[in-house]
Every structure is written in structure tokens, then in C-alpha cells.
Design a protein around this ligand. Structure first.
Ligand SMILES: [Zn+2]
Length: 322
């Protein structure tokens, strides 16, 4: 007898009731770039439809995010001043700290997550404090603690360390607790690969290293088991949410992590993934909406609970259109 699996694909109604994974605007987080200056809404050339916003213009985009139904943003700051110790990253008058305070004036309907790293703030563009051109782990931890506490003090709900230093989740957790921020959660960029897919972001965040690369701290794309070591370390240190980055070329890692742990898993669908679809759509090669939604759904299917994507606002709109 022929096993007729096509019966469950025969029409929309059947397909709708047997669909295993769906995408919701609740799953999405929108990355937002804030800059110093006034009256700035400047499109990021490498990330079509994404902008650099000055604080005084934030209301427009924040209202758009809230209206879209997307529940969270992850903030990246681009300071005017960079130095070898990234001092703007942990100043109470830093760009992210000011942005958090402004957003909290605009709405309390949005989860504010902040990226914790130094590469946007250091004049050398590396993710920590250099010692003989090598990023010194433990000196960097001290700075990461200061950044996290300053973001929490400004009102961040969740911090997301992306630097890949050893011990940073524990260091940040202890620093937050000591300062009375026990309810500020940590989403750790646990399995963050040294990926070429970050290219467009570095233009957006002005964070290209002035020499060398990030292979002494980010993971080798050839490694899978190492991701479990990173994830387990971060969980032991107190991470509340585990992230895999990038997403599309690392769906196997998302699935592996999902099967091993029970805390929420986030996937960061990075700038290169977004930019490739945009370029292909512009060239008339693909249907942007269908490709983007299929990519995001594949991340859900792989096991991600949360997806950080430059498509968040579009996807929220497309979900409603169906
Ligand atoms: Zn960094």
C-alpha cells in the first residue's frame, strides 16, 4: 500500500493545522544603532532600511518597533570618541546609556537589551584591552563589568556580552548583583564564531579591527563540540539565555545546543545573512519576503526561541499579512 503523506498537504487548512513550527513577532529582536549628534536618521549603506539614529530622533523608530509587535531591541552604540581603553563604553554619559534613558522616557513596552563589548569604543577596534597586541582576558573582564553595570544603571533590562572573553558571564553576574541589579538578565553570545558574515555590521558599527582579526577570541567555524564547552561554561557562570551567532550557516549548532540545554536559545541572524538576501532581491533573483521568512523559520525549526534579525520589523509586518 502506498503511504499517502500528501494527504496532509492537500490544502491550506490541513497544512495550517499540521505545521510544526511558526514564526511570531514575539520571537524577534530588532538591532538598533545609536549615534552621537543631532537630528540624525542616516541609512546604513551596508544594511538597507536600517539607520543610524541620534537620541533626539529615537522616538520615531521606537514607536515603530512597539507598533510592530516586536517585543525587544538590542542596542549598539557608536561613540564620537574612541580610545585604547574604550572609556565611552562605561561612561554614564555614553551613547548607549543616554539612549536607554531616552527610550525609557518614550515607552515601557519594550525590552531593552544592550550589547556588551568594547570593539565599537576602542581606537584599535578589538573587543578588549590590548597587551602587546593580544586581547588581555582578565583586564577586559574588569571593563565589561563596568559596562554592564552602567547599562543596568541607565535602565537596561538585559545585557548581552559579545566579547567572548573567558569568565565574563560570571564577572558580569557578580558585578550586577553587587550593585543591586539581580533582575537584570544575561543573554550570552556563547557560541560566537569568527565569521565573514559580520562584514556589513562592521561598517554599521564602525568596529573593524585596525590590525589582525578576532580569531584569538571568537570560535573557529570548523568546530562543533567546542560550542558545547562555551555554552556549558556560560550556563554555569549564570547566563539566562544562550546565543548562537551567526544563525544561517550554524543551524546545526543551534539544534545541538537546543537538544543539550533547557534555557532559551537565541540565534543572531547577522548582517551578512540580511545583506545577501537584500542584494539578491535587488538583482531580481529571489522573492525577498519569501526567502527572508523561510530563513527565519529555519532558525525556529533548528530550535531557536529568539531570533535577532535586521528583518524583525519587516517580518512582523509580513506575519500579519500572512
Ligand atoms: Zn566586539
Amino acid at each position: 500500500m502506498i503511504k499517502r503523506t500528501r494527504r496532509l498537504r492537500v490544502n491550506n487548512l490541513v497544512r495550517d493545522i499540521v505545521r510544526e513550527n511558526t514564526l511570531s513577532e514575539n520571537d524577534l529582536i530588532f538591532p538598533l544603532f545609536v549615534v552621537e549628534g543631532e537630528n540624525i536618521k542616516e541609512e546604513i549603506s551596508s544594511l538597507d532600511g536600517n539607520y543610524h539614529w541620534s537620541i533626539d530622533r529615537l522616538e520615531e523608530i521606537i514607536n515603530e518597533v512597539v507598533e510592530s509587535g516586536v517585543k525587544g531591541i538590542i542596542l549598539f552604540g557608536i561613540p564620537n570618541h574612541k580610545d585604547c581603553v574604550g572609556s565611552e563604553a562605561y561612561s554614564d554619559e555614553g551613547i548607549v546609556q543616554k539612549a536607554i534613558r531616552k527610550i525609557k522616557e518614550i515607552t515601557d513596552e519594550l525590552l531593552i537589551i544592550t550589547d556588551i563589548c568594547m570593539c565599537q569604543y576602542t581606537d584599535h577596534g578589538h573587543c578588549g584591552i590590548l597587551e602587546n597586541d593580544y586581547v588581555d582576558n582578565d583586564k577586559t573582564l574588569e571593563k565589561l563589568k563596568e559596562i554592564a553595570v552602567s547599562h543596568a544603571r541607565a535602565g537596561a533590562h538585559m545585557v548581552a556580552p559579545s566579547d567572548m572573553m573567558d569568565g565574563r558571564v560570571l564577572a558580569i553576574r557578580e558585578a550586577l548583583d553587587e550593585e543591586g541589579f539581580k533582575n537584570v538578565s544575561i543573554m550570552s553570545y556563547s557560541a560566537k564564531y569568527a565569521s565573514a558574515f559580520y562584514g556589513p555590521f562592521r561598517e554599521a558599527a564602525h568596529s573593524t579591527p585596525s590590525f589582525g582579526d578576532r580569531k584569538t577570541y571568537q570560535m573557529d567555524p570548523g568546530n562543533r563540540k567546542e560550542a558545547f564547552v562555551e555554552v556549558e561554561n556560560d550556563l554555569l557562570e549564570g547566563a539566562d539565555i544562550i546565543m548562537v551567532k551567526p544563525a544561517l550557516s550554524y543551524l546545526d549548532i543551534i539544534r545541538d545546543v537546543r537538544e543539550r540545554i533547557d534555557v532559551p536559545v537565541a540565534a543572531y541572524s547577522v548582517s551578512g545573512e540580511f545583506a545577501m538576501v537584500k542584494a539578491a532581491a535587488k538583482a531580481g533573483l529571489v522573492d525577498e519576503k519569501k526567502i527572508a521568512m523561510e530563513m527565519l523559520l529555519s532558525m525556529k525549526r533548528a530550535g531557536a526561541d529568539i531570533i535577532i534579525t535586521y528583518y524583525a520589523l519587516d517580518a512582523a509586518k509580513w506575519i500579519k499579512e500572512k
